[in-house]
Design a protein around this ligand. Structure first.
Ligand code: R5P
Length: 291
């Protein structure tokens, strides 16, 4: 298998290649003076099994265009098969028409991937994995939650309670809790579609003098995590750790979460930053080892 790491996932791509002991092909990229995107795959892919890895975090549109151009470049080099990993999938949260007149953005992206000839698609902790059902090609959502469980195991937490900020994320809390052999619970969260304001129903927790880990797929504005931290702290929780696969952390989100009382914020390298202390490389490598 040959790994093609897109510009947005270069280090992650190399880490995956090391774990799989696979060859890496360099991608040359730049912007033309007018801002248009240039990519070139520097290597031979003829009849090879290709794994392209490109995340689509901010600037999402730029990273998506790079991805589309890379797929075309790879396809023109006659690979035996093109499998694609999109660690952070932009537009995945626009997975339904919330208001009349809106597009179904995720489906638009998926249609383009199919049209360009991707053979298989892999994502990580999609907000709603059912959106993969729109695809005719093989598609699978992987989860980094087990990796978070292993990470927190090493941090020796005190009687940890694993918390999902809303019921939709309860399965994530459950996976982390299983690794730690601890309890898990979820809050009930509501977001105002117009203002984005978050409210959370009060929930009595058995968290006094215990550590807590709040797990989610995404931290964007930080509003969800802040509400959850306040709920835990107001009931005597000890250290509150915040972990999410995709740490977008818009504007002052990071400092606001820490000011709300979080002991630490832990992310992965689907969106690389200094808080990406958990790498999803082993998760991706595990999926493709020997296949
Ligand atoms: C939505 O339900 C997601 O799972 C996350 O909880 C949400 O995207 C986090 O957004 P924010 O950080 O802006 O509250």
């Amino acid at each position: 298998m040959i790994i093609v790491p897109g510009p947005a996932s270069q280090i992650l791509g190399v880490k995956v290649a090391r774990l799989l002991k696979s060859e890496v092909v360099n991608v040359n990229f730049k912007d033309f003076p007018d801002g248009e995107t240039y990519v070139r795959v520097e290597g031979e892919l003829n009849n090879k099994d290709v794994l392209l890895i490109q995340s689509t975090y901010s600037p999402q549109d730029k990273n998506l265009i790079q991805l589309f151009l890379l797929i075309d470049a790879v396809k023109q080099m006659n690979p035996a098969r093109l499998r694609l990993v999109i660690p952070y999938f932009a537009y995945a949260r626009q997975d339904k028409q919330f208001k009349k007149g809106e597009p179904l953005s995720i489906k638009v992206i998926e249609n383009i991937l199919e049209y360009l000839g991707v053979d298989e698609l892999y994502t990580i902790d999609l907000h709603e994995p059912r959106v993969l059902d729109y695809l005719k090609i093989k598609a699978k959502d992987l989860s980094a939650m087990r990796l978070f469980g292993e990470y927190f195991k090493k941090r020796n937490l005190s009687k940890p309670l694993i918390i999902a900020p809303d019921d939709g994320a309860i399965h994530r809390a459950e996976t982390v809790a299983k690794v730690l052999g601890s309890e898990y619970v979820s809050f009930d969260k509501f977001r105002d579609k117009d203002t984005g304001e978050i409210t959370m129903d009060y929930k009595k927790l058995n968290v006094k003098d215990r550590d807590a880990v709040i797990v989610d797929d995404i931290i964007s504005t930080g509003g969800t995590m802040i509400k959850a931290i306040q709920m835990i702290k107001s009931q005597g929780g000890n250290n509150v750790y915040v972990a999410a696969t995709h740490t977008i952390l818009i504007g002052e989100a990071r400092s606001k979460i820490l000011s709300a009382g979080a002991a630490d914020i832990i992310g992965t390298d689907t969106i690389p930053s200094e808080i990406s202390v958990v790498s999803v490389a082993p998760l991706i490598a595990e999926q493709f080892r020997g296949v």
